[in-house]
Design a protein around this ligand. Structure first.
Ligand code: PNS
Length: 167
């Protein structure tokens, strides 16, 4: 039984993440999407909101579970009894950070392996950060994220702009 963890911030989930989730769910018997709950990263969406969006976006995938986590990824992987970490690699710019993380995690837990999936070409440019930037300025993000996520972002930024206007 192979249980893998695909960890990330998912702030918000994009079609790039969903591509990696769909493909890695075929490599493992069970895939756990681990949603980092770390307010120091100042996420746009709370961990609860990010989990909800991921649950909705993966509802057709039978062997995918979405669970929030705090603290070290190695501890979370141990807790859910997963020995494989999945990460997506978009471009060479991702590599240095990903290599560092994979090696650090392997040093901390030698039984934990990181498997990299290269992002599908059509999503290789895509990141949650750029999606947030486009949405913050009112741009159309429906080609980057599911429709319901685009709607949640529109509501979120409308609320932020409203409270900024009241200051
Ligand atoms: O989507 P992201 O922000 O690139 O995901 C980064 C994530 C969540 C995988 C990484 O920040 C993480 O694993 N954080 C948990 C803390 C931890 O274990 N740090 C040590 C790894 S070097």
């Amino acid at each position: 039984m192979i249980r893998a963890v695909y960890p990330g911030s998912f702030d918000p989930v994009t079609f790039g993440h969903l591509d990696v989730i769909g493909r890695s769910a075929k490599l493992a018997d069970e895939l756990i999407v681990g949603v980092l709950n770390n307010n120091a990263k100042m996420p746009l969406f709370s961990a609860g909101e990010r989990v909800k969006m991921l649950v909705e976006a993966t509802k057709g995938m039978q062997n995918v579970r979405v669970i929030p986590f705090e603290g070290l990824l190695v501890d979370f992987a141990r807790k859910v009894d997963a020995r494989m970490i999945i990460r997506g690699l978009r471009a060479i710019t991702d590599f240095e950070y990903e290599l560092q993380m994979a090696q650090t995690n392997h040093k901390m837990d030698g039984g934990l392996e990181t498997v990299f999936l290269t992002t599908s070409l059509e999503y290789s440019y895509l990141s949650s950060t750029t999606v947030k930037e486009v949405a913050a300025f009112g741009g159309d993000i429906t080609q980057f994220v599911p429709q319901f996520v685009a709607e949640k972002m529109r509501e979120k930024f409308a609320r932020i702009h409203l409270s900024d206007g009241n200051k």
